[in-house]
Design a protein around this ligand. Sequence first.
Ligand code: FAD
Length: 386
Amino acid sequence: MNRHQPVAIVGAGIAGLTAALSFARKGISSEIFERTAVLNEAGAGLQLSPNATRILTKLGLLPQLQTVWSEPQAITLVDGVSLKPLASVPSGEFARNRWSAPYGVLHRADLQKILIDAVRANPLCRLHLGVEIDETARHGIAQITGNEPRILIGADGVWSKARQRIEGAGTAAFSGNVAWRFTLSETEAPAFFDTTKVSAFLGSGSHLVVYPMQRARSFNVVAITSGADPGKSWDNTLPPEISRQRLLEAFSGWHAQIIDLLRHVVEPTVWPLYQVNDGAWNQGENVVLIGDAAHAMMPFAAQGAAMAIEDAFELASFLTAGKPLSAFADHRKTRIARVRSRGAFNRFAYHARGPVRLGRDLVLSLRRPESLAADFDWLYGYEPKD
Ligand SMILES: Cc1cc2nc3c(=O)[nH]c(=O)nc-3n(C[C@H](O)[C@H](O)[C@H](O)COP(=O)(O)OP(=O)(O)OC[C@H]3O[C@@H](n4cnc5c(N)ncnc54)[C@H](O)[C@@H]3O)c2cc1C
């Protein structure tokens, strides 16, 4: 590709900002357009697995990340009815040794700030805030920057407008699941919340993931249940009383301490979970999608942001190696399909009922932690094309 012609990136989320830094690392400048005028605290907690942190390390961001995240000692699965531990995958130093990169948990806003600071400090990256790019994108971009971009990268999330410019692209569809997200300060959290672990509490039709956010001295809590589609917006809020009632219904029969905890959540906020199904990711050599715009997925494998980071990094590698966008898309789709199937398996196993649940618990109880860790080698040990 012509190294002197900038790329245009639509969206300054995790995918877009990582793409700008990855292109800059290869000596290519970018113009990044973000519709929000002020980038504020969006979302809640985020788990960053070693496949993502390996890339963020290559981008020079590990020292900053280490000041805002914590590295859990283990990822544990716990029965949500009895609070009995079912299985544990070691993390912490074990992750650094086995997958040659750390596993961290942090607030999404902290990651976004680190990425934005790095973008702002890089002379090859130009960030335009408060600029919404619509379907007639390239034209509008040339008016703002004075240049026709070499390529338009749609990193504009699940409701991507860039996607509408691609023939045969996938569409966003409601998954049938919703996520409830809230935080609890360390002082108000129940004693069974562990500051050294990511804990996934499993039950019939629902699960609850809890992990510490060191800097805020709080826990991030995500409850995933089945639910009706509350509409297109991600921060849709129901009246708190109705919201709480639905949350409690989804967890009825769970351990009394968990029910008690949910009963006292001040403002449970429900997020509908949408997926973008398979479809084309590129239009010739002009437009390409990355991150949620291409493949928004369920959070059952906690890999959405990690996949956005991998997409962004590998796109810069493919383009600088002179490869066509179709080669990038084919390469990434194989990886995404495997991650999606891991997510689908987790969905089945986490929410299992009756005999399937008993079988799951028995199988898990027989697995050694190292053997469970080996299941993640293909995912966490991934070496991106550089
Ligand atoms: C409950 C839950 C838990 C999760 N937990 C994890 C986890 O632990 N680990 C993990 O890896 N992933 C997790 N994820 C997934 C992860 O949050 C997403 O996959 C990731 O944030 C997607 O990043 P993105 O940059 O592709 O999209 P987004 O974050 O949606 O960013 C898109 C950006 O584009 C901007 N934009 C949109 N349209 C336009 C336009 N027309 N013009 C200009 N700008 C525009 C938006 O304002 C936004 O800033 C979770 C998701 C959920 C729902």
